[in-house]
Write a protein that binds this ligand. Structure first.
Ligand SMILES: *[C@@H]1O[C@H](CO)[C@@H](O)[C@H](O)[C@H]1NC(C)=O
Length: 860
């Protein structure tokens, strides 16, 4: 009876469906899904959409329609500038062996960025909430870095994503996908090499995920059985995403650009299963519940059912087994869609997760009131219920309802790792580097029971070893976790050299392979026309500064020490060694020196546009735009940040002011006059006393009280610089009425009264976006806090200035866009309609339409 029913009424439609479907899947992939025109497709526009092909010289256009920008274009998100591009490599052999990887993503693996020190990408988040983060890794061949030997940690501000991670196998592409709940308006992504190693990444995606993707609760399958709530407190890593019974679905076939793998290798007894499929467009999404965002119709239109369905032997389950890390809990999402029944209420089956009943007699017809209507269900599987290192999903006929056909189906399957109590998705270290011993309480008991005392002791030994290892952790580990610090690979001079080399203009000087070269006295005498007074461009504590020109045309700023100085030649040489190591795009470089004939001469790169102050006031130079000023402040902040954090001991500049920020021919800002005071006491004195005289108005008030300079003194001075840049007046102007003499005090006073606009440089006041101004003044104000501890670090100041720049660009983009829209009224509406975003953006700090444009600007 059952046999006949199976033979007559079920088989023919199913087999023809398979045929039609094979065709339509491909058609669908290429046409309907790709352009999103199918009626069942919902439109989804992510508020945040960062796509970066790291290390790629150009933008990368994938055949799935997306454009990944190269790092340089996204450089404002990359906080370190020390990086190296790997050579493009052929990965064709891997392509042919990676059937489970969508070929559209291969171009993302052909370049990489290598980090030899802790490096950080920072992203502004325009819409807090769940975000998809995708990371691509492949160890490309590189002449000086063996990428299979890279060991590193990847983390956000609060979640460790990968710990002591490496890709040793260069025959495999590695793809990681995370779902992070971002609650603030920014997120950082840090790559931290393990000791003596380095890090790399091939591509990064950070994309807003729709709120509806995950609710806060799921069914708990292990104890306590019931409802598990609080999912939004967890970070997720997708371990498996499977299109059961169907082919791979590449990113192009999914609105959220997800990849769905085929299930072939996961089934325990594939002979017992049979693939079913229907044309995707008969899938009928319900009013509430599953949507194309939950899973595309390609997932619901294919399934596995029991090969023996309808026969007398219903006595087995369809079983999928996925190996997982048993120390984590998992969220398991199962997708169902009844594409096998010919009438309603034909199909009832049980669903088990790791042997435990998930749903007893699942009745899809009743739940969805129709056939071919998608349904999904979430389960949480506690780590304690994962005994053999795998997640097992089973569907099997329900014995309770004898009238039904014995059959069971599954259409899709997602296994998602949940972060542990250390806030990690990989290991037991938290972002701050502390090791969380979760092997306590009940879990320890369980282990002791299961493996006996011997194992227990072994565990303790392992822990002890881990702790010892932890105590030997690389220096500066804990610093790496703090939000404000991103260290540059200061000590690895090799790396600095590589990157300096790529920075064109002084390559002739560096070509010797040394940082600072030796100049003969005659060479420098010729360069300065015998130290001609007309060549003097400045006078500092150290002596006179001359503009010199070498025979090859290289211009130098040459500082000649006072011959009467008591400083010994040895100290001078120590000084040179020390300064030679300081190499950064935003520090004026020491190019060489001369110590012949008891001369002490230092040669620096020449900064064609001179000190920043000359561009602000007291000269006839044209005023700088707001954008230029922001760029200059950001550059100077980067230089100072490098001084403070780039070396083990940290260097305090001690004399931050607008005359010590120099501009090169492209108005690139570089901090000058640093370090000289650090290691040389005799120079120190001259320098500091000059500083006190010359830099009144910049001095940290706390310094007067405590007579102790810290890097927070530099932060204070930089706050004064920020107001000087904004208001274009000296830090101290004795000619002004009393309350206005000191710029720092005056500006803070005006700001408190809400009158800051009145003192802004009139030549730019109209062009500053209000959000940008707010952020900038806020940053300056924080720098000027009475006590050092209340002042931000240079890293935080830098971040706020970058933010101010982004806001400025966003507002000018918007203005520009509005203008264009007026001229071309029939521009596509989808992106330009600000209302869409305003209503969506309620949680954003600045919930204004301009964020829409920022999104566009960043490569949507
Ligand atoms: C299906 O699997 C569950 C859980 O592992 C088990 O209890 C049940 O007996 C199995 N059913 C059949 C028919 O083998």
């Amino acid at each position: 009876m059952a046999e006949q029913k199976h033979g007559v009424s079920r088989s023919p439609p199913v087999s023809s469906f398979i045929f039609i479907c094979l065709l339509s899947v491909f058609i669908n992939l290429d046409v309907a899904v790709g352009d999103g025109s199918s009626p069942s497709m919902v439109q989804y526009t992510p508020a945040d959409n960062y796509l970066i092909n790291c290390g790629s010289p150009d933008s990368t256009f994938l055949d799935d329609g997306r454009t990944f920008k190269s790092d340089p274009q996204s450089a404002s998100f990359l906080s370190t500038e020390e990086n190296i591009l790997a050579s493009v490599d052929s990965i064709s052999n891997i392509i042919s062996s990676s059937s489970s990887f969508p070929s559209s993503s291969f171009p993302l693996y052909t370049s990489a960025r290598i980090f030899s020190g802790v490096s950080m990408y920072r992203f502004l988040i325009f819409r807090p909430g769940r975000h998809l983060l995708r990371l691509y890794f492949y160890p490309l061949a590189h002449p000086s870095y063996n990428l299979t030997r890279a060991f590193f940690t990847v983390k956000t501000d609060s979640i460790v994503l990968l710990h002591d991670f490496s890709v040793k196998d260069n025959t495999r592409l590695v793809f990681k996908e995370y779902l992070l709940n971002v609650t603030s308006d920014k997120i950082s992504l840090t790559f931290a090499p393990m000791r003596n190693s380095f890090a790399f990444v091939n591509a990064i995606e950070l994309v807003s995920a729709p709120d509806a993707l995950f609710s806060d609760s799921a069914s708990a399958v292990s104890s306590p059985v019931g409802v598990f709530s609080g999912l939004s407190n967890y970070a997720f890593e997708v371990s498996y995403r499977v299109n059961v019974g169907g082919p791979i679905i590449p990113p192009k076939g999914d609105i959220l650009w997800r990849t769905w793998q085929p299930d072939d290798r996961l089934m325990t007894f594939p002979q017992g299963a049979k693939n079913v499929s229907v044309p995707p467009d008969i899938i009928n999404y319900p009013e509430g519940g599953a949507t194309p965002l939950i899973a595309p119709n390609l997932v619901y239109s294919t399934a596995s059912e029991m090969a023996d369905s309808g026969t007398a032997n219903p006595n087995f389950n369809l079983t999928w087994t996925m190996s997982v890390d048993p120390s984590f809990s998992y969220l398991i999402r199962l997708h169902f869609c009844d594409i096998v029944s010919v009438s309603l209420n034909d199909l009832y089956f049980n669903v088990y997760v790791n042997g435990m009943m998930g749903v007893s007699s699942l009745d899809l017809s009743t739940l969805t009131s129709g056939l071919a209507v998608p349904y999904y269900k979430d389960f949480v599987l506690n780590a304690s219920a994962i005994s053999n290192g795998s997640v097992m999903v089973q569907v099997g006929p329900s014995s309770g309802i004898p009238s039904s056909l014995p059959n069971a189906i599954l259409n899709g399957l997602e296994v998602i790792k949940m972060s542990n109590s250390a806030g990690s998705l990989d290991g037991l270290f938290s972002v701050s580097g502390t090791h969380q011993n979760t092997l306590s309480g009940s879990r320890m008991m369980k282990i002791a029971e299961a493996f006996g005392l011997v194992m227990g002791i072994a565990t303790i030994l392992l822990l002890v070893m881990a702790i010892i290892r932890w105590h030997r952790r690389p220096q500066g580990w804990e610093k790496q976790g703090s939000f404000s610090s991103w260290l540059l690979p200061f000590n690895s001079s090799h790396c600095s050299f590589m990157s300096s080399k790529s920075k064109s203009s002084y390559s002739s000087v560096f070509s010797s392979g040394l940082f600072s070269r030796f100049f003969s006295f005659n060479e420098l005498r010729e360069a300065t026309k015998n130290f001609d007074e007309n060549a003097v461009v400045g006078v500092g504590g150290f002596g006179k500064v001359y503009l010199g020109e070498l025979e090859d045309g290289t211009k130098l700023a040459i500082k000649r020490g006072n011959a009467s100085s008591s400083q010994g030649i040895n100290e001078f040489q120590t000084e040179i060694q020390f300064l030679s190591k300081l190499r950064h795009r935003h520090l004026v470089s020491l190019i060489g020196y001369c110590d012949e004939q008891s001369e002490m001469i230092l040669a620096y790169e020449y900064m064609a546009n001179g000190p920043l102050r000359d561009h602000l006031y007291g000269s006839t130079l044209p005023p700088l735009s707001w954008r230029q000023r922001l760029d200059i402040c950001i550059g100077a902040a980067r230089g100072l940040h490098y001084l403070h954090t780039g070396s083990a001991q940290g260097i305090i500049h001690r004399d931050v002011k607008t005359t010590n920020i120099l501009l090169d021919e492209n108005l690139l800002a570089k901090v000058s006059d640093f370090g000289l005071s650090k290691a040389a006491p005799s120079l120190d004195q001259t320098h500091v006393s000059t500083a006190v005289k010359g830099s009144f108005g910049y001095l940290d008030p706390e310094y007067f009280r405590r007579q102790q300079l810290t890097e927070k003194s530099d932060v204070y001075s930089f706050g004064v610089v920020l107001f000087e840049v904004l208001c274009a007046r000296p830090a101290l102007d004795p000619k002004m009425p009393r309350e206005k003499v000191n710029l720092a005090e005056w500006a803070m006073q005006q700001h408190r009264k809400g009158l800051i606009n009145e003192i802004i440089d009139p030549s730019i006041v109209g062009s500053i976006g209000s959000e940008s101004l707010m952020k900038y003044v806020e940053a300056a104000e924080k720098c000027l806090a009475e006590y050092g501890v209340d002042r931000p670090s240079m890293g935080d100041v830098l971040w706020n200035l970058e933010y101010a720049l982004q806001l400025q660009e966003a507002s000018s983009q918007l203005n520009f866009h509005e203008d264009t829209v007026m001229e071309q009224p029939n521009k596509p509406k989808t992106k330009g309609d600000p209302n869409v975003v305003v209503s969506d953006d309620s949680g954003v700090v600045n919930g204004s339409p301009l964020f829409l444009k920022v999104g566009d600007f960043q490569g949507r």
